[in-house]
Write a protein that binds this ligand. Structure first.
Ligand SMILES: Nc1ncnc2c1ncn2[C@@H]1O[C@H](COP(=O)(O)OP(=O)(O)O)[C@@H](O)[C@H]1O
Ligand SMILES: [Mg+2]
Length: 332
C-alpha cells in the first residue's frame, strides 16, 4: 500500500539555513496494516505524511501510495486516500452534515449520494444527533470524529490520521480509537497515524515506526520493540546523593544489572526481574545501613525503547532539541 525509498524533505528557511525535516525514510506498509508513527515534536511525522498524501513535494527519494507515484500521479493518490490533518480547520459556521455533504460533492458525488454518505458517516461516528449542529459548536472530541468522517467520505482504502487524538481527554481518545478500529475492521482499511502518546501507540498499533530527527530509528510491533530491551527498569530513591551512590554500588553487584545511573538521590538500572532485584537490593541496603525511601520496578514501555535508542525521553516534550517553533508549526 505504501512504499518509500530514501524519502527526503529539506525546507530552505533562509539563504544559509536548511531544515532537514525528513532524512531518507524507507517504509513498506502492506494492505490492512494499522501503523503508528511515533516520535517527538519536530521529528518529521507531519512532513512525511504530507509527502505521502502528495501535499508536499519530496526533495528526493520516491514514494508510491496505493500503487501511484506521489510526484507523478498526485491526483490518483488523492483519490485512493483519506487524510485528516493535524487540527483540521473544518469550516466553522457550516453544519456538521453540510460539511460532510460538501466534501462528498468535492469528490464528485451527486447531491443525493453525498447526503446519503453523510448520513452513513454521521451514524458510523456517533454524530447523528449532532448533524445540524454548527461545527464551531462541537466539542473537541466530536470535532475530531467529524474530521475522521470527512476523511472517509470517498471510502478510501488508505486513511492517514495526523495526531488524531492530540488534545483529547482519555475518554475521548478511547472513543475515537473505538471508532477507528471498528471502521477499519468493517472496511479492511489500511491506517497510518501519527501520535506522540506512547501508551496509545503501545496499546493500539500493531506496528510502531519510531522516528527521530527525520529518520526511522525502529520499526516493529510494540511487543518486539520492548522485548529487545530485555528486562525491567528498577528505580530506587535514597535520602541523599551520597546514599544513592552507595545504593548504586549494591545494584551493580546484582547479577545481570546494567545501565546503572545515579541522578541526584535516585538510582535507576535495568535488571532481569525488577521484583526480585528490588527485594535483594533493599535487603543488602538494610545490611549496609543505607536507608531506601522507595523502590519500584516497571516493565519496559515504548518510552524506555525511545530512551534506549536516543538517550532522551519522549516525555521531555517541548524541551526536545528539535522542537519546532510556533511559526514553523503553523507553516507545516
Ligand atoms: N514549511 C516548513 N518550513 C520550514 N520548516 C518546516 C516546515 N514544515 C516543517 N518544518 C520543520 O521540519 C521539522 C519537522 O516538522 P514536522 O514534520 O511538522 O514534525 P512533527 O510532525 O513530527 O512534529 C521541524 O523542525 C519543523 O520545524
Ligand atoms: Mg506533526
Amino acid at each position: 500500500m505504501i512504499r518509500t525509498r530514501g524519502l527526503t524533505k529539506d525546507f530552505p528557511v533562509s539563504r544559509s539555513q536548511t531544515v532537514h525535516a525528513v532524512r531518507g525514510i524507507d517504509l513498506d506498509i502492506a494492505p490492512g496494516e494499522l501503523v503508528a508513527v511515533l516520535g517527538p515534536n519536530g521529528a518529521g511525522k507531519t512532513t512525511t505524511m504530507r509527502m505521502l498524501t502528495s501535499l508536499v513535494r519530496p526533495t528526493s527519494g520516491t514514494a508510491e501510495v496505493a500503487g501511484f507515484d506521489v510526484v507523478r500521479q498526485p491526483a490518483h493518490v488523492r483519490r485512493h486516500i483519506g487524510y485528516v490533518g493535524q487540527g483540521n480547520g473544518a469550516g466553522h459556521q457550516q453544519r456538521a452534515a453540510d460539511e460532510l455533504t460538501t466534501q462528498g460533492r468535492i469528490y464528485g458525488m451527486d447531491r443525493a449520494a453525498a447526503r446519503r454518505r453523510a448520513g452513513e458517516l454521521l451514524e458510523a461516528l456517533d454524530l447523528t444527533d449532532l448533524a445540524s449542529r454548527k461545527v464551531s459548536e462541537l466539542s473537541g472530541g466530536q470535532r475530531r470524529r467529524l474530521d475522521v468522517a470527512l476523511g472517509l467520505v470517498h471510502a478510501p482504502e488508505l486513511l492517514f490520521l495526523d495526531e488524531p487524538t492530540t488534545g483529547l481527554d482519555p475518554h475521548n481518545r478511547a472513543n475515537l480509537w473505538d471508532h477507528v478500529t471498528r471502521l477499519r475492521g468493517e472496511h479492511a482499511m489500511t491506517i497510518v497515524l501519527t501520535t506522540h502518546y506512547l501508551d496509545e501507540a503501545d496499546t493500539m498499533a500493531e506496528r510502531v515506526v519510531v522516528v527521530d530527527h527525520g529518520r526511522v530509528i525502529a520499526d516493529d510491533t510494540p511487543e518486539a520493540l520492548k522485548r529487545d530491551l530485555a528486562g525491567d527498569a528498577l528505580v530506587l530513591d535514597a535520602a541523599t546523593p551520597g546514599d544513592a551512590a552507595r545504593l548504586a554500588a549494591l545494584v551493580d553487584r546484582l547479577p545481570g544489572a546494567r545501565d546503572v545511573v545515579v541522578d541526584g538521590p535516585r538510582v535507576s538500572a535495568r535488571v532481569a526481574s525488577g521484583a526480585t532485584a528490588a527485594v535483594e537490593v533493599v535487603r543488602a541496603a538494610d545490611r549496609a545501613h543505607v536507608p531506601v525511601l522507595g523502590a519500584r520496578s516497571t516493565t519496559p514501555t515504548l518510552d524506555d525503547v525511545f530512551l534506549a535508542l536516543t538517550g532522551r525521553s519522549l516525555r521531555e516534550g517541548p524541551g526536545a532539541p528539535d522542537a519546532p517553533t510556533a511559526a514553523a508549526d503553523a507553516a507545516a
